[in-house]
Design a protein around this ligand. Structure first.
Ligand SMILES: Nc1nc2c(ncn2[C@@H]2O[C@H](COP(=O)(O)OP(=O)(O)OP(=O)(O)O)[C@@H](O)[C@H]2O)c(=O)[nH]1
Ligand SMILES: [Mg+2]
Length: 450
């Protein structure tokens, strides 16, 4: 719980030398500390240029000091923001001054936590503050900013609104069985559930894309030695990151690099070629290949186009983690004078390309984007918001509950039970809804006893 009497302070800018450093103070002592260090009155929401002096009157620095009175501040409490010169010494001196005058060192995320506890932002927005700070591509930052502005929360709250509306009818039929209205039929509960289920699927798709933008996707390059895995890593990264030779078994240690494919952060892992070997170092490398496969999302499985998929490749695929997706790459098409193309055989996509000349690379990039659920360029996707695994899990549970409610449409008790679970899961995303709210909804909208 929020301890209202505690004032917190922290250096908000990154450690190290910089032009400007920012110290933030939040809580009941903020204004007092701000006045003390700057030696005078502070006008709210105005950049006050002041000298910052320590307790014995010696100058620490000159800079700007801003006062955001409660409740119209980020945390909902009084906030003082001091902008001084960057670097460790000045910022630390000012922070020390704050601590000496009664502030506590803020814990990680504590300003945002207070904003949430004071209802300034909801849980999903609070999470996106961290996601925005940690975003590794522009696309990821954009989707975090969308979540922070409340786009994701609005979607969730709309779902909640519909869910509550359905619950009103279902609970009504349970609470007033003697009424001769069939609440379930009158309220078109079946249609509403259908519509809700459909909307959920769209939101889940957008959310899972958001999760990919947040967490990135691991692509593991696998195949027998010499098929061109390291050459492909170099092509995809646009740099000579991995050693390429015609000696089978060149790559020993798994090499990981981060690239950005149309705004999606990808984590590429080049691995030691898979084969039977007595070489102890190579064996270590091959063990690492399997570890990478266990942690990865998609396997880029390379084979020599002249040889195709042999029994050996098939035996490797059988050992893949079940949920792992794969893209086959028939490499070295330049040697057999074949054009780059994509073939679909059953569930498998095969990209014919040359990791040496780069022919077919753009086809492979498209197939990768498709495989992770992004059609073409990410910029074409409209609904972008940052989502986390916990959001996706909650949405998945909600969807399952709705589906079970649909299956049990003749039983108001079972529908009610499923919808209660669904509502709790949805509320967990924004951290907002309570059962009192539900009661309020029911009695404000429902005309009972007419
Ligand atoms: N002609 C041709 N040669 C290629 C192609 N891709 C890779 N090579 C060559 O094949 C050899 C092996 O390439 P690597 O990229 O080192 O292969 P690898 O799969 O990483 O091999 P290991 O690290 O030993 O497992 C090198 O001589 C490359 O130049 C290609 O598309 N066409
Ligand atoms: Mg290699």
């Amino acid at each position: 719980m929020l301890n209202a009497s505690k004032t917190i302070a922290a250096i908000s800018t990154a450690a190290g030398a910089g032009g400007i450093g920012v110290i933030r103070i939040s809580g009941p002592l903020a204004l007092k500390i701000g006045k003390k260090i700057s030696g005078g009155e502070l006008l709210p929401r105005i950049a006050n240029f002041k000298s910052f002096k320590d307790l014995n009157g010696s100058l620490i620095d000159q800079g700007l000091i801003l006062f955001f009175p409660a409740p119209n501040s980020f945390t909902g409490e009084d906030i003082i923001e001091l902008q001084c010169h960057g670097g460790r010494v000045v910022t630390q001196s000012i922070l020390n001054f704050c601590i000496k005058n009664g502030a506590n060192l803020a814990e990680p995320g504590e300003f945002t936590k207070r904003a949430f506890l004071n209802n300034k932002i909801d849980l999903a927005q609070a999470e996106s503050v961290a996601d925005l700070i940690n975003a590794s591509t522009e696309e990821a930052a954009l989707s975090a900013a969308n979540s922070l502005s409340g786009k994701f929360s609005i979607e969730i709250n709309n779902l909640l609104k519909h869910l509550i509306e359905i619950r009103m009818y279902v609970e009504g039929s349970l609470d007033f069985p003697e009424e001769d209205i069939d609440f379930i039929k009158e309220g078109h509960v079946e249609d509403m559930l259908e519509h809700l289920s459909y909307t959920m699927i769209n939101i889940m798709n957008a959310a899972s894309q958001g999760q990919l933008l947040r967490d990135g996707i691991s692509l593991v390059l696998v195949g027998q030695p010499n098929v061109g895995k390291s050459s492909l890593l170099n092509q995809l990264s646009g740099e000579d990151k991995a050693i390429v030779t015609d000696i089978p078994g060149t790559t020993r240690d798994a090499i990981t690099i981060d690239i950005n494919l149309n705004g999606i952060p990808l984590n590429l892992i080049d691995t030691a070629g898979l084969r039977e070997t007595d070489d102890p170092i190579e064996k270590f490398g091959i063990d690492k290949t399997w570890l990478s496969l266990e942690r990865g999302h998609i396997a880029l499985f390379l084979v020599d186009v002249g040889k195709g998929i042999t029994d050996y490749e098939k035996s490797i695929v059988n050992r893949f983690p079940k949920e792992m997706k794969r893209i086959w790459i028939y490499n070295k098409i330049d040697l057999i004078k074949t054009k780059a193309k994509v073939e679909q055989i059953n569930n498998d996509q095969i990209v014919y390309m040359s990791a040496k000349t780069g022919e077919g690379l753009s086809l492979l990039k498209k197939v990768i984007l498709n495989t992770v659920g992004f059609e073409g360029n990410v910029e074409g996707n409209q609904s972008k918001f940052m989502a986390r695994k916990r959001h996706l899990e909650a949405l998945e549970k909600v969807h399952q509950s709705i589906q079970r409610a649909q299956l049990n449409i003749t039983s108001p008790e079972l529908i009610a039970e499923e919808l209660t679970i669904a509502q709790q899961c949805l509320s967990s995303i924004t951290g907002s809804f309570t059962s009192d709210d539900l009661l309020g909804e029911i009695f404000s909208k429902f005309c009972i006893g007419k």
